[in-house]
Design a protein around this ligand. Structure first.
Ligand code: HSE
Length: 429
């Protein structure tokens, strides 16, 4: 039995995917039965690392999703359109989908999976989260019996590289970003990475799988790393923390789910504190399992293509064993019907690190304590770190408090005569 695939996109991941499919020696023997029938690209004139027989490459992507001989469409275009429309057309034409596109699944997963279930086809997306790290299938299958309590991860390599460099060299955000762009680690337009959108797409997907309900992507509270600076990294270090961009989802109340992305002070002894450079890691906590951590390369052509081609193999395996009349395996598909209620950010309980610049007058620490106390914000530590010119620099770390209370207290504090400014507020894990 031979399987035909249509590849949409021949960028970094598309090229590595083709390379694996064309170099099958020593890999799973089923790969020999998989044939790249067509490759959809924007331009036929661009130089490519892989060569295909005449007629395989085309700029007509719609032709691929309609081709009756193609069994699996592999979408590696990225972005929302035309990816969404092409996926939906391919599904309507009875094709299985393999995609690495977290943005399209996080935002249009409802429409895509509803169509896929109706058409009886799979949409597999192992490559969409954590690049080469197996996390989607383990969550659906190997950990499927657990009551998941928490999924917390470093799921964006670009920001992890930037934060790691800032920590190691005391450098500022803009300088490290410029260097990362020069080295090709960060995109020319780094918005989706540095503002946390890419991580929010990924945690939307992980939370839906882990907790069994759809997640409204636009309701995820999302804060990126642009405001993180060398001063806070250095103070965090002195207090026993590193700063990481975490994507967090947890069931803190029985009927609502916390899903959020933000820079976070992580205790140095926490397993995620030591994940550096472009690496990703996802910590899953469940009952009865306890904790398990998935670690590895979260991006890059070869790593991501490893997940893409393994998804292709999965589908080929199913088609080979049960033919075109297969029934969808519920442990590989997605049958969520409802949207999870997300906990509003004001009700989320967390610790905070906050840095104040204050006039050096008697009683200022007392004023801060009183204002926080008025809003039931209990403090873990208050440290006067030093001076910036005439202004005293005070760092406060709170106990777990509802964010709404904390923000009300800050609103009051910023009007105190003794307070010059509040340069940083960062949540603490
Ligand atoms: N831009 C992503 C990152 C890789 O930096 O992790 C693709 O998901």
């Amino acid at each position: 039995m031979a399987f035909n695939i249509g590849l949409l996109g021949l960028g970094t991941v598309g090229t590595s995917t083709a390379e694996i499919l064309l170099d099958t020696a020593g890999r799973n023997s089923l790969l020999k039965e998989i044939n790249i029938k067509q490759v959809g690209v924007n331009s036929l004139d661009k130089p490519r690392k892989v060569e295909f027989p005449e007629g395989v490459m085309t700029t007509d992507l719609e032709e691929i999703v309609k081709d009756p001989e193609i069994d699996i469409v592999v979408e590696l275009l990225g972005g929302l359109e035309p990816a969404r429309s092409l996926i939906l057309q391919a599904i309507a034409n009875g094709k299985h989908i393999v995609t690495a596109n977290k943005a399209v699944i996080a935002r249009h997963g409802d429409e895509i999976y509803t169509a896929a279930n109706k058409a009886g086809v799979y949409v597999l997306l192992e490559a969409a989260v954590g690049g080469g790290i197996p996390i989607i299938k383990p969550l659906k299958q190997s950990l499927g019996v657990n009551r998941i309590k928490r999924v917390v991860g470093i799921v964006n390599g670009t920001t992890n590289y930037i934060l790691t460099e800032m920590s190691a060299n005391g450098a500022d955000f803009d300088d490290v970003l410029a260097e990362a762009q020069k080295l090709g680690y960060a995109e020319a337009d780094p918005t989706a990475d540095v503002d946390g959108w890419d991580a929010a797409d990924k945690i939307a997907i992980l939370a839906a799988i882990a907790f069994g309900d759809r997640i409204k992507r636009e309701d995820i509270s999302c804060e990126g790393i642009r405001k993180i600076n060398a001063t806070d990294i250095s103070y965090a270090d002195k207090l026993g923390f590193v700063i990481k961009l975490l994507a967090i989802s947890q069931q803190s109340q029985p009927d609502s789910l916390e899903v959020r992305v933000h820079p976070t002070l992580v205790p140095k002894e926490h397993p995620l504190a030591n994940i550096n450079d472009v690496y990703n890691a996802i910590l899953v906590e469940g009952e009865p399992l306890g904790q398990v951590m998935f670690f590895g390369p979260g991006a890059g052509g070869g790593a991501t293509a490893s997940a893409v081609v393994s998804d292709i193999l999965n589908i080929a395996g199913i088609l080979k064993s049960s033919g075109k009349t297969h029934k969808l395996d519920p442990l590989l598909g997605c049958s969520h019907q409802h949207y999870a209620a997300l906990t509003p950010i004001k009700d989320i309980e967390t610790r905070f690190y906050v840095r104040f610049l204050c006039k050096d007058v008697p009683g200022v620490i007392g004023y801060l304590g009183t204002c926080f106390g008025n809003h039931q914000v209990s403090l873990e530590s208050v440290v006067q770190i030093g001076f910036q010119g005439e202004l005293a620099e005070i760092v406060v770390v709170t106990h777990d408090v509802p964010e709404g209370n904390f923000r009300q207290a800050l609103g009051e504090i910023k009007h105190l005569d003794a307070i010059d400014s509040i340069p940083s507020v960062i949540r603490v894990l």
